[in-house]
Ligand binder design. Structure first.
Ligand SMILES: NC(=O)c1ccc[n+]([C@@H]2O[C@H](COP(=O)([O-])OP(=O)(O)OC[C@H]3O[C@@H](n4cnc5c(N)ncnc54)[C@H](O)[C@@H]3O)[C@@H](O)[C@H]2O)c1
Length: 285
């Protein structure tokens, strides 16, 4: 989207970290911003901050793991601003652990927020953007953990790879519909993600305090300023950039993965079992 002034953006997880960074950048660019977050108080604080600068913002409490809640947030966005053009499916939680031993309540929590949350954002908002027929842009936050497998983060990795795959398909599906798409794949950003347990509902085990000795917390504190990520996402939207990486220094991780995948193909091309076998010669879609 080249012209964002006066357009309406809905951002999940907009009360903290990168979502707040996007809210600030989008509002400064002249957009009307609806901040959606499970935490009502920080969301209101963000709105107060933006309004004090003469910017246009409102908020709605939303739980992205619940479709009805996301649909209600879409209704509120339209009721408040009349339209919606940009959605940022950004809310997410971090869960560490191995796929085979991670407790199932944590597994369900990370899938419900990080994966279903993105699906529900698409379900609740995209039909309205299409119906409006004024163009739009959908950004979903994945991670470098959606590009390469990170040790000890199987469930989180699974959700972020799913978001990358979903957005690659979404971009191809909507190329002709004047809806652009991006997938944000941050490296380390100095946000509150290490304290995700502050938002864990009772059904998944309830609130849990972040450990002060956690090495991830130390690393996060050294990370990129989330306001810079907000500016970067705005720039990507204006440039119609699909993959948004925040740390160009991590390119070697992607290169190594691609090399391993190509090596897998080369092995298949020379293996005995496939010699002379009939192939479809393409894929559907
Ligand atoms: N910080 C990093 O280093 C990093 C790296 C890669 C990807 N990410 C991803 O970035 C996104 C944003 O996280 P962040 O780092 O800014 O963390 P953050 O904790 O600062 O912000 C996340 C926001 O999401 C909200 N949220 C949590 N559960 C929710 C729910 N069920 N419904 C609605 N809102 C909910 C939180 O209240 C919070 O405001 C996440 O998807 C995360 O996985 C973060």
């Amino acid at each position: 989207m080249k012209d964002v002034e006066g357009k309406v953006a809905f951002i999940t997880g907009g009360a903290s970290g990168m979502g707040l960074g996007m809210a600030r950048a989008f509002a400064r660019a002249g957009m009307k911003v609806m901040i959606g977050d499970i935490q009502a108080e920080p969301a209101q604080k963000a709105v107060d901050e933006l309004k004090a600068q003469g910017l246009d913002a409102a908020c709605v409490q939303v739980d992205v793991s619940n479709l009805e809640s996301v649909q209600a947030a879409a209704d509120k966005t339209i009721d408040t601003f009349g339209k919606v053009h940009v959605i940022s499916n950004n809310a997410g939680v971090a869960v560490g652990g191995y796929s085979e031993t991670c407790n199932m309540r944590n597994w369900n929590w990370v899938v419900d927020v990080n994966l279903w949350g993105v699906v529900y954002g698409l379900q609740a908002f995209v039909p309205r953007i299409l119906e409006q027929d004024e163009g739009g842009h959908v950004i979903s936050t994945a991670s470098m953990a959606g590009m390469v497998g990170l040790r000890g983060a199987g469930p989180y990795n699974a959700t972020k790879f799913a978001v990358v795959g979903m957005m690659e398909t979404f971009a191809a599906d909507h190329r002709k519909h004047n809806i652009d798409a991006s997938v944000l794949c941050p490296g380390i950003v100095a946000t509150n993600i290490g304290d995700s347990g502050r938002n864990r509902p009772d059904e998944y085990g309830g609130v849990v305090k972040a450990s002060e000795k956690d090495r991830t917390a130390e690393m996060l504190a050294q990370g990129l300023d989330p306001d810079i990520v907000g500016d970067l996402v705005l720039e990507a939207m204006l440039d119609d950039q699909f993959y948004i990486f925040t740390d160009p220094g991590l390119k070697n991780l992607i290169e190594t993965r691609c090399e391993r995948i190509i090596a897998g193909y080369d092995w298949a091309a020379s293996c005995k079992s496939l010699k002379g076998a009939k192939q479809a010669g393409g894929l559907p879609g």
